[in-house]
Design a protein around this ligand. Sequence first.
Ligand code: GN1
Ligand code: MG
Length: 359
Amino acid sequence: MADINKIVANFCTEGTATSISPCGNGLVNHTFVVNAKKDGKVTRYLLQAINKNVFPNGPELVENIYKITTFLKNKTDDPRAVITLIPTKDGKYYHIDGEGVCWRMSDFLDDVVCLERFEHLEEFEQCAFGFGNFQRQLSDFPVDTLFETIENFHNTPLRFETFLKAVKDDVLGRAADVRNEIDFFISEKAFYPVLFDANKAGKLPIRVTHNDTKTNNVMLDAKTKKAVRVIDLDTVMPGFSVNDFGDAIRFGANTAAEDERDLSKVSLDLKLFEVYTKGFLKGCAGGLTVDEIMLLPEGAKMMTIECGMRFLTDYLQGDVYFKTTYPGHNLDRTRTQIELVRDMNRKWPVMKDIVKKYI
Ligand code: GN1
Ligand code: MG
């Protein structure tokens, strides 16, 4: 990797960097915390290398984030509420290194936490409120001005086609050992177009959505545990609100981690599902239609099954997309997602009843 000190020197930091350390646990980009010092005062920054395999158009992606954060800053007086991009010395908001990797820098917030598991229901509700509020604040954002950073990102029918092709190509000869998992995704085939069908039927509008609503993408105040800011704006694009709801349920309302190997620990926590529904709709402040609310369970199942399919596709293709830490990591992730979908199928009528209460 590039000399990170040299990368940092391109950005307008307060003082010069004294230490740089890796941080975060995203599956795509590389993130670092930079400490810079001037006259004894230390200022911290977040530095990220954008994964060009996933996001080939770094400058356009950063341009999107610039537009979104500028728009959001006009809706709040709280400087902590929105990411601040740090400019480079040549007046841009990104730096391309010698290997063609695009880097960006932003402010670092102290006294916040990003949670993956929840001790208190209120914390999960705050994540939901944060994402709902984000959805509401962007409801009048000019959608056409956004660059599509990953085309067809949550186009599940197309993801299914890609998956079937990976099964057919079977470049590493791994398909024979994961036949049950493959068959599971094929057995759910009829489900994949339901959101696009609802859209065509006028029941599900296109909105500006976040598209990567893992609960650790909301920063909570470390003391009050109130939502402070939404982060990871790489995939803010036109999409369906129910998918933003759904990805958070997939990740945060699972009783186990995304890569848990003991599948008996995996299930949908209905209490968390309800609390998230409540918080999300409160954040959206009446912005969603009745049809959209009724489709929230579909969003939860869609994001879980799609993510499982993406993990298995990556496993079949040789683990080239998601960061993995051991062989078979993507397969373990696939299995948790399948288990979670199975549990959602069992709990489906209850999920539907829960969202109905919040109309
Ligand atoms: C990736 O890197 P991270 O954690 O922000 C992925 C999401 C997946 C998630 C699964 C751009 O997100 O779509 O849901 O991993 N992001 C991209 O943990 O593909
Ligand atoms: Mg992300």
